[in-house]
Ligand binder design. Sequence first.
Ligand SMILES: NC(=O)NCCC[C@H](N)C(=O)O
Length: 406
Amino acid sequence: MNLRLESEFGRLNAVIMHRPGDEIEMLTPDNIGEFLFEDVPYLEEIQREHDQFSSLIQLSTQAKVFRLTSLLRDVLRNEDLRFEALRSALKPKGYEHVAEELIMRLSAAEVATSLVAGIKMKGLRRKCNPETLKSLSDQDFLLTPAPNSYFMRDPAAIIQSGVVSSHMKFAGRQREANIMRLIFENHPLFKDTYENAYNTSSFGEEIPNIEGGDVIVLSKKALAIGNSERTDNEAIYQVAKHVLANSDVERVYDVHLPAKRNFMHLDTVFTIIDENLIVTYPNAMKMKLTTRVYRKEGIDANGEAILSSEVTNESVIDLLRHEIPHLEVIETAQGYPEYASREQWYDGANVFAIGPRQVIAYNRNKYTNRALREAGVDVLEIPSSELSRGLGGPRCMTMPLDREPV
Ligand SMILES: NC(=O)NCCC[C@H](N)C(=O)O
């Protein structure tokens, strides 16, 4: 697979998704804040909703829907990789010494599910009970769960020059990025074409953050990256260097976002659904925010791009109007303030384009979906009572791998 993308709306050929699993059962009212959830979802219902989403993608596009845990299981059949993945996941809590004992008792499939669902001492004691863990209670986690794994957009983003492997802001999500990197580097489907577009070699221990939800492919020639609560200047600069040197991209926009929970990523405020059509939350898009534009001035002796940068104080919407000729803008809830803010909170602008002017959207965003339909967009709705409790929408839940050229 090529692992390069030049649009956000070309007909979808392949995507990675994760069906929420037992990691959701680990959420409690006391830990939802730490795990970045707004409420505790009901597992069976969130699975039903997610199944409708993935079936709709398959039926309406014939695209291949890869499952995160089966890709991971394929990779973890290699014993060395299995041991290393488990060891590094156990390390943040200082339990890496039990990796050896654990690996003898867990199959590749069990390690794959445990890396996502976590391991509670209660469950572990049925299989093994190392002396060194005797002081832990049944309710303690040996391995913390990764309940945001169904937000497949964030741990990596495919752009015009390769894959931006995320470095995630919150420790609770970093394992998701490690899992994706492991898959891209080792799975036979990807390892030959995987090119890491985020070079972190110039940084020491402190690696600047970047998350997939902030990365939006504007066209063959332009990329936008949200400078948000989750994504830092230096990471954007590194990705700009890669994409400007290794693709036809001519402009990279580093777009500042207000530091608010519901604007956590650029894709919470706008998505592109056709060559010149976007859906946005007007309040954020009309604010005058600083944007830096990177352009390539040449290539140095080491083959690295020399960049120029220019700062503008235009609103994001004006910037996009300059970048995208004849831009049409659909506003969440047709701009009615009280509905627009409700529907932005539940990701009204975060639709998933499966083809030009064809999107999958949450059914709860009635007014935004109506506005999209009035503009001639084919809107396929999915149920959203439980999926939305993690505060992410249909775009957030998908990692497209391949699309038809536009
Ligand atoms: N791209 C996105 O906006 N993803 C949504 C992530 C939601 C998740 N609960 C988080 O706060 O990271």
